[in-house]
Design a protein around this ligand. Sequence first.
Ligand code: 5GP
Length: 170
Amino acid sequence: MNLKDKIVDYPNFPKKGILFRDFSPILKDPSALSYVADEFSKIFHTKDIDVFAGIESRGFILASILASRYNKGMIMIRKAGKLPGKTSKLAYTIEYGKDTIEIQKDIIKEGERVLICDDLLATGGTAKASAKLIEKVGGNIVGFAFIIELVDLNGIKGISKYNCKSLVKY
Ligand code: 5GP
């Protein structure tokens, strides 16, 4: 299956100068969803994973799809201020300023093996921060799953020590 055919480009969204790659048509198509899960299951094996972590917000979708396929659970890496209870936070630099991500403190047990999921890898800032946060709370990172990778932005650089897989490259 050619997933690229199911990704729609929107110039100047959400801001002028940004070309937004929208994977909504993949989500609408049951055979594309199965294909996505099939492709990742060739790379990442059930026996190596305890839980899937989704990065807010489109990463939640991929993490849930894969968790269901692998018969595992999923956890949420959220923007600050959205999770109840005790949390662990991590601030990181984005293109214009800073952002903070957060995870529930006791959601990962020491040594649990986590596969981090997001829809798209751009500069890699979000992915790298997510890895740091998971490790800060005691998780072991199995790797990263992305549907789309914007290769020219070289986001892979910050997470190259991990096993990373993206299905569509631009
Ligand atoms: P990074 O931190 O790698 O620069 O940005 C990645 C994050 O921004 C991801 O969480 C992703 O959802 C979002 N993102 C940036 N550009 C796009 C885009 O063109 N399409 C989609 N779907 N998400 C994007």
